[in-house]
Design a protein. Structure first.
Length: 174
């Protein structure tokens, strides 16, 4: 051995992937590809269905009267005790009117909120996923004292509940 030379160095080399590890990697890639192939088209179909629903309802949001909203929705609502509409009798500020709707209608698909006095009466539309409780709680703007309507769409038919509210300070530019 030469003086000043160090002892032999151990070399650390990375071993190539074992056959088992490369098989695992291949199965992981295949699993992800299969998942993407089955799940992504479902999201696409759901998105296209949602877009079609929005496109169908969009004109109703521009309607200027309750009658026009009902016509554009092709709705002929029937009063129902299966819909609970909770709105205060008197509201101090029309910009913040609490509305709560609970539907016990089987198969409820959509819930609409309509304020008769607003310049554009259709205030909101909510989709109700299958197998869920049809419940909505929100705050809406109300221009003046008026009737608030809750429409529930189920199997192509519309059911309704109506409640009057008195507003002391308007919420839609009043």
């Amino acid at each position: 051995m030469k003086s000043g030379s160090s002892a032999p160095r151990a070399e650390f080399r990375r071993e190539p992937e074992t056959q088992l590890a490369s098989r695992r990697r291949a199965l992981e890639i295949l699993g992800r590809a299969l998942l993407a192939a089955t799940v992504l088209p479902a999201f696409r179909v759901r998105a296209e269905t949602a877009q079609a629903a929005v496109t169908a309802v969009k004109p109703a949001f521009g309607a200027g009267s309750l009658a026009e909203v009902l016509e554009l929705l092709d709705a002929h609502p029937v009063p129902s005790d299966d819909i609970s509409l909770v709105v205060p009798d008197f509201v101090e500020n029309g910009a913040l009117v609490p509305v709560e709707i609970t539907s016990r209608v089987p198969g409820a698909q959509q819930i609409y909120i309509i304020s008769e006095a607003n310049p554009f009466p259709l205030v909101a539309r909510f989709s109700v996923p299958d197998e869920t409780e049809a419940f909505v709680a929100t705050r809406i703007k109300v221009a003046n004292s008026c009737n608030i309507h809750a429409l529930v769409q189920s199997d192509g038919r519309f059911l309704s509940a109506v409640k009057a509210t008195t507003v002391t300070v308007g919420g839609c530019g009043a």
